[in-house]
Design a protein around this ligand. Structure first.
Ligand code: MN
Ligand code: MN
Length: 340
């Protein structure tokens, strides 16, 4: 028997098709789209698209993030339609869909990046927002290229144990440790509004930090989050971003390995999942135009810890996008009424 899908009422605009009704079909049964949302071919429009990129040919240590999208979807079955922390029903406020996985070449990084960029442009052709689930962090570069093509150079808040602004590794320019250096070099980031959050762990040398600063990044370390607290950190980050179009990139290794063991380059002393979610919720109202959750490597996961953390991070990102989408619809309706 097919799964029951009940459309829900919306306050603004047309009716959006929400997740499969968990009171009619148990959430642990059936195919796992993200949050049991409709597939892109089941609805006629998408305000927010979730897409997977099963790619990990850019990793420098443990592989396996190519299985991340499937794992995050499987771990997202328990997500419910109302977000009390942000007071939003994201799937009512916006039409959210799962576009499946982008078919990338695992043997050719440049070709894979081109495929991701083209798919991202295609999925945002009608002005919608895109959340990508990875995949290793290499994919942030083509996603930022696509975001910049739509919006001009974007602000970036990058959550990660690592800087990911290294130059080359074994002579390779495009790896999961280099996307943000390449992005600065390509002029696709707004260098007035770049932040790393949650960095920690040993570096190759002090030069790593000096170069990173030269690119324009401000750093909120994992220790800063603990010492200063979430509110102060959010104030600082929001001030930097303002109302610019912002891209949020979340490497799941920003979390402590106790909260996210299933990742490729774990570092001790990370943020808790509570801290990360609270910092993300501090972006309520921000113009989040794109986001990713990357570096989930399920073979190293235990008890779905990393999958659940990543699916909740993804849910919060969708919620932020849905809030902004609804606010823009309302502002548009007010402007139209004023024109009369
Ligand atoms: Mn990392
Ligand atoms: Mn990273």
């Amino acid at each position: 028997m097919s799964e029951r899908r009940i459309p829900q009422e919306v306050r603004v605009g047309e009716r959006n098709v929400g997740p499969i009704d968990a009171s009619l079909t148990p959430r642990y049964g059936g195919a796992a789209t993200f949050a049991k949302l409709p597939r892109i071919d089941q609805v006629d429009r998408a305000d927010i698209t979730v897409a997977g990129v099963p790619f990990d040919s850019g990793v420098s240590y443990r592989p396996g993030a190519r299985f991340g999208p499937t794992h995050i979807r499987e771990s997202s079955r328990l997500l419910r339609p109302y977000h009390p922390g942000l007071d939003v029903s994201p799937f009512e406020s916006a039409q959210v869909v799962d576009a499946g996985d982008i078919a990338v070449n695992p043997f050719n990084i440049n070709e894979a990046m081109d495929t991701v960029q083209a798919a991202a442009l295609d999925l945002t052709a009608d002005g919608g927002r895109l959340l990508t689930i990875g995949g290793d962090h290499t994919i942030a570069l083509p996603l930022l290229r696509a975001a910049a093509e739509r919006h001009g150079p974007v602000a970036l808040v990058h959550f990660d144990a690592h800087l990911d602004t290294w130059d080359t590794y074994f002579g390779a320019e495009y790896t999961h440790g280099t996307p943000f250096r390449r992005a600065v070099e390509e002029g696709i980031l707004d260098t007035e509004a770049l932040s790393h959050v949650g960095t920690r762990g040993p570096l190759y040398g002090k030069k790593d930090l000096e170069e990173d600063r030269r690119f324009g990044f401000g750093i909120v370390t994992s220790a800063d989050v603990y010492r200063q607290g979430v509110d102060e950190v959010v104030d600082k980050l929001r001030q930097r971003v303002g109302d610019r179009p912002v891209y949020l990139s979340i490497d799941i290794d920003v979390l402590d390995p106790a909260h996210a063991p299933g990742t490729g380059t774990p570092e001790a002393g990370g943020m808790t999942s509570r801290e990360l979610l609270e910092v993300l919720r501090g972006f309520a109202g921000a113009n989040v135009v794109g986001a990713d959750v990357v570096e989930v490597s399920p073979a190293y996961d235990h008890a779905e810890l990393t999958g659940v953390a990543a699916s909740h991070v993804a849910y919060d990102l969708v919620s932020l996008m849905a809030m902004r989408h609804e606010a823009e619809l309302e502002a548009g309706a007010v402007a139209e009424a004023a024109l009369g």
